[in-house]
Design a protein around this ligand. Structure first.
Ligand code: PLP
Length: 291
């Protein structure tokens, strides 16, 4: 028996509402397209059995989106974005989980373009949740404090300029892996191309400090730390080396849509899976094991 085909994506545009999924939205002279000059968010949508639907951590995503737009000096109309999200999510015909992407470009003549797109979960993300991640470390070159006092480097801003992140991902695949942990020129663990890095040692959860490292403040990592603290874990923002990851009890790449996924191989060294610990972290992030 074959599974039901995934529904077609839903596309909604600021100022226009829902349009056909293949409707033209971005002009050829939009700097968001030709220069990657814009920002985005990626969120998880959940549809309950009774049809009720919610965007996980919507306030945190909207707040980070607003911060990204402010750093880029692009107008951000929060009520209009919240309406657009509600419109797009209401029009999604699927069940279970879906991915929501929000995109804001610099636009043309000072008029930004914004759209929201809901689509089915990628089969590869679901496979990775089940099987865990094979990860390689790749150099990002810059020092761990390269973003200190250089706001034009746009540290912590979720810009549309992800070509480097995608190239790193292709390099991982060429090396037979699924994903990447970026390491600074001076050997510090940073983040993955589309996820935060979290590791456990005893009852302490660690992640990389924000600020000077320029990494993105992950909404999933932040929710995890809040809930983990309430559940009795210690949490720490730690500048660590790759050896610290090898020495950890478990390592996860955590992000909104794929959720927390445990690293089962790091630079060719396999790691024993820790189902109880992994289950606890998945639960805290809102991704119960087996869901
Ligand atoms: N770091 C980077 C570079 C990302 O692109 C992402 C998400 O796409 C994350 C971390 C995780 O952020 P979040 O948990 O808010 O999805």
């Amino acid at each position: 028996m074959s599974a039901d085909p995934a529904p077609a994506p839903v596309l909604a545009v600021l100022g226009r509402g829902v349009v056909a999924a293949d409707a033209p939205v971005v002009r050829a002279d939009d700097d968001g397209l030709v220069r990657g000059d814009g920002c985005f968010e990626g969120c998880r949508v959940r549809v309950a059995a009774d049809g009720g639907r919610a965007v996980d951590k919507l306030d945190a995503h909207v707040a980070r989106f607003a911060r990204s737009a402010a750093a880029l000096e692009i107008d951000f109309d929060e009520p209009a974005w919240r309406d657009l999200v509600a419109t797009a999510v209401a029009a999604w015909p699927g069940t279970g989980e879906a991915a929501l992407k929000l995109v804001l470009t610099r636009g043309v003549d000072g008029r930004p373009t914004g759209f929201a797109r809901v689509s089915a979960m990628a089969a590869e993300s679901l496979r990775q949740r089940r099987d865990g991640l094979r990860v390689v470390t790749l150099a990002r070159g810059l020092a761990a404090d390269a973003f200190e006092a250089s706001p034009w480097l746009l540290g912590g801003v979720k810009t549309l300029s992800y070509a480097v992140n995608m190239a790193a991902h292709r390099e991982a695949v060429r090396r037979g892996a699924d994903d990447v942990v970026f390491v600074s020129g001076d050997g510090a663990v940073l983040e993955a191309p589309t996820a935060s890095v979290v590791w456990a040692l005893g009852r302490t959860l660690h992640t990389t400090p924000l600020g000077p490292t320029g990494i993105l403040a992950g909404t999933t990592q932040q929710l995890l730390f809040e809930r983990a603290s309430a559940a009795g874990w210690r949490t720490s923002y730690t500048l660590a080396g790759v050896d610290d990851l090898h020495a950890a009890d478990a390592v996860w790449l955590v992000s909104s849509v794929r959720g927390p996924v445990d690293v089962v191989d790091l630079d060719g060294k396999s790691r024993e899976r820790q189902p109880a610990l992994d289950g606890e972290i998945r639960q805290l992030c809102g991704f119960p094991p087996g869901a």
